[in-house]
Design a protein around this ligand. Sequence first.
Ligand code: H2U
Ligand code: ZN
Length: 355
Amino acid sequence: MLDSFLRSEPHRRYDPLQGEWVVVSPHRTQRPWQGQVEKPTPDDRPTYDPACYLCPGNHRAGGARNPDYTSTYVFTNDFPSLLPDVSSVSFDEGGLLHAQTERGTSRVVCFSPRHDLTLAQMDPAAVRAVVDTWADQYDELAAWPFVHHVQIFENRGAMMGASNPHPHGQLWATEHIAETPRRELGHLAEYRERRGRALLSDYLALEEKDGERVVCANDHFVVVVPFWAVWPFETLLISRAPVGTISELDDAGRDALADIIRRLTIRYDNVFSTSFPYSMGFHQRPPRGDVGGAAHLHAHYYPPLLRSATVRKFMVGYEMLGEPQRDITPEAAAERLREVGELHYSQRTATEAQA
Ligand code: H2U
Ligand code: ZN
């Protein structure tokens, strides 16, 4: 059971993955809001949009034309943040002016030919196809000799910077392990060395014993609002088995990943009966570089909405200058995510209208 100060008094919680603290201020959501309000993504999109650069058959900005794809479709970003053919150079003046070249590539993954859907509304087989695409892409990019990190992520909703509502995500492969996974891998390896066990497996065991922060689960995956969550409805999707990558999952594991992604995103949409914006991404074992076998497949979901479809959490002021802070407790957020159920709100309205 949770100590009572964790429910009612300002306190700090420790994130063992990042080695950082977050300030929790329960009850602060009561404060009035006269600041910015957001515009939710409209729900009534057409199945095909002739102006969308991701829809099948359409022209993209770079002049390329998308094929008439029927499942997922991957292409190299026409405006890639990283390039594979840069020279290998570094620059260092007293450790103060320090730079190095970064080779890599970035790709766009269309999840579905349907412009109007999201992962929450796609059927299980279609989400499974996305899982398989992620696995194949990881393997393909990991085989590039210079690649040390493959970041799979999705920005969903204009609020999180998605440039287009067509269901899609991105993949970046880089020469160096990016900072956030690098810190995480360091903490996972340190824990394993010190205790001889897997950090996320130990953490899962604690969460399942208590259940207070568990949102949903299946035989292969568990979703929790982590004890140290920063974003209001942040979740951590953890593989029960300490596998390193999506591509290591067998058939049942991949089906289970698709299942849990659908169920979690449906719950998200149900919180405010709106397409719930978020940034999400997987952390996997890096293709090369020894991390002592400590990598453990998981995904982070960072949604910005706080208390309605239009009021978001800002990471400003104290968050920028001090450390992150949250208002609702992770336990309250988990309870809300459990309450909202797994029938998508758009179906619910249809079912209720029929009744
Ligand atoms: P985001 O919505 O997460 O920004 O991803 C969409 C990506 O699609 C974005 O990185 C790329 C943008 O560079 N893009 C193309 O590659 N071709 C286009 O015709 C438009 C957008
Ligand atoms: Zn489209």
